[in-house]
Every structure is written in structure tokens, then in C-alpha cells.
Design a protein around this ligand. Sequence first.
Ligand code: ASP
Length: 430
Amino acid sequence: MKKLALHWQIIIGLVLGLAYGMLASNSGWSDFTSDWVAPIGTIFINLLKLIAMPLVLSSLITGVASLSDIKKLSRIGGKTIAIYIGTTTIAVTLGLLTVNMLKPGDKVPNAMKEKLQVTYEKDAQKKAGTVKEVKDRGPLQPIVDIIPSNFFFAASSNRNMLQVVFMAIFIGIGLIQIPKDRGKPIKDFFESLNDIVIKLVDIIMLMAPYGVFALIAQTINKVAGNNPSEVLELLGALGYYMFAVIIGLLAHAAITYMGLLKLMTRMQINTFFKGLAPAQLLAFSTSSSGATLPVTMERCEEELGVSEEVSSFVLPLGATINMDGTALYQAVAAVFIAQTLNLSLDIGAQLTIVLTTVLASIGTAAVPGAGIVMLVIILEAVGVPSAGIALILGVDRILDMVRTTINVTGDATVAVIIAESENQLNPQTN
Ligand code: ASP
């Protein structure tokens, strides 16, 4: 019998996880789910995270070293960063258009506004507290933060991915400059580490349908607990806001990504989405583009025909700095909160949102829930009280799933575009 394609296996895991999660919260199985189902999801996501850091290091070092000269590196690097910033700016603009047209903030009943503020006040304060330090720093601090002062310290946390990206590119540049025979042992070492990690991705993915089942079940468990009726009330009140975010995200995928793929590459849209589907489903289930990165890389290389040279440079960089979904969501959320609090944002404020959101999304970590923390900075920049995030916290996890899927799709789109422009898209596979 022919084996079911991986993305179908994951979809089945996802649907069953959803069904189980709803049944469990209706039947009061919250503790059972936390004790016996959730750990499977945690093991799965830990395995993915475990290989993310070695993968970024090994693939970027070998990627840069194989570029053979600095000119090529700066050409590909320049193009990649320009397209990343360009697509993120389009995403924010689309988000602003959607939220200004749909005006979801005007649709929240007053009683519900108060209830949300009270219920989520504490959580909102906690998030705002995390950002306080970020706000008090100088304008060049984000750049300073990219440069680590200790190799092992930087590589010890997945949150420091951007530092590791810097280190790997830096080491790769050194490797290009020394005589070939002197660099060979290190290059061989990282190439072999890279092969091992890619093999490990295959092994971990055998567990994907079960891992996704458990992750989705636990997400529902966390959101709904044993009291699903409250969630329904929440979804009812914030349904229109969620609709605005999701419609904006879908429009970005349909207009920007499909348009760019059509205009700039020979890639069939069908092939693209079919090839990338497992990575997208994983992004949806884990809400972490960092944890999804190993699979995104594997799918881009093996299914979409992006060369290793391009994917190993463009994708780790994208997972850390390119977050179109997050940026679009932040724009919608900021205006929604302002609308709900009856504050009007003039065109100057909306332009400030574009600028701060593009920058904030670059600095957002590729982990669950990072987007809403950075939202606090955006709100402060336009003079909306940051306590307003209490209004949207209840449904943030659900939106995180969708925006992470778009983040990963955006990275893959740019990888295909860069590969095509460098003549490194393997036509056999598309
Ligand atoms: N969860 C997102 C990601 O990893 C970041 C965010 O919270 O928006 O891509």
C-alpha cells in the first residue's frame, strides 16, 4: 500500500488533536491531557529545537564558505535583506488597510471591553514589564545585541539565534579568506555535522503526526481548560478582530507571495504549497518559526529545488529577521486596540506604525508569543496605553499559529526567489 504523504499524515494528526482537545475540555479531562498527552508534544518540539542551533551554525558556515568570495556573499546578502524588508513593509501596509477598512475595534461591546481589561490585566502587566528594559535602551542597542561577546553563551539559548547567525557568517567569512587546505578540516567538520542534522530531521519527522496531535490538544487544553463556554464567549467578542488579522494574512499570502512567485520565478504555485505544506503545518502547530526551521530547510531543498547554498543562507536568516505574519498582526492589533479605546490614529501615527513594526518584527524572537511582547513597543510609539494588550491576550495563541505559518511561508518564498535569481533553482523538482 502506498504510504500517505507526510502533509496528509500531519493534517490527520491536527484534526484528531482538535477533536480530542474539544472532547477533553467538554469532559473535564484537563489534567489527564496535561499529564499524558502534552508531554508527547513537548518531546517533539524539544527535538526540533535541539537541532535548530547546530543546524543554523553548520548550514550557515558551510553556506557562506561555499559562496567562495565575499562579493557573492554581499550580493546575495544584500538582495535577501532588501526583499525581506520589502515584503514586511507590504505586509504591514496590508494589515493597516484591512484594519482601517473593517474597523473591528468598533464592534466590541462595552461590557466585554471592561471584562477583558480586568481578566487579562495581570498578564498584560507582565508582558509590558518584559519590554520595559527594551524601551530604556539607546537607539543602536539592537545592533549591539546582534554581536555576541562569548561564543558558547550565544549558542546556549535558542533565543540568541540572531547572534548565532552573525557568528556563523563571521566564521564563514574567515574560512573563505584562509588557504583552502588550511580551512578544509573545519569545513569538512561542519559539512558532516550538517548532513547529520538533516538526517535527524527525517527521523524526528516520523513523529510529526503524533507530536502535532499532542501540541494541538494541549493548546486547546490551555486556552479552554475545563470551561469551553468562556472561550466561545471570547471568540464571539473578538471574532471580528481575529477575522481582520486572518484575512490580512491570507491576502498577503495570496497577493504578495503568489504574485512574487509568479512574476519572479518559474515555480508553480501548486508545487510550492504542496512541497512546503509539512513545514507550514508544523509552524501552525508549534507557533515557532525557529523550531520549524529544520523542516523548512529540508522541504525547500528537497521538494522545491532550492540549492543548499541559497537555502542555508536565506532561511536561517529569514527565520530570525523576516516575520511578515507577525508584522501584519502587530499593525492590526495596534490599530484595533486604539479603536477599542476610542483613540484615533492619524496618518502620522499610522506611518510610525509602519516603521516601528518593520523594525520590531526584525527583533522578534522566533518563538511562541514573542510578537505580542514587541507589540508593547509599537503601542508606546504611537501613544496607545500598552495595558491595552489585555484586550487581545485571550486569543493571541490562536493568531500566533496563523502568523507563524505566514512567517515561514514568507521565508520560503524569498528563498525560491533568490535561488531563481542566482540560477540555483533546480527545475527538475518543480
Ligand atoms: N511565533 C512567531 C514565530 O515564531 C513569532 C510571534 O510571536 O509573532 O514566528
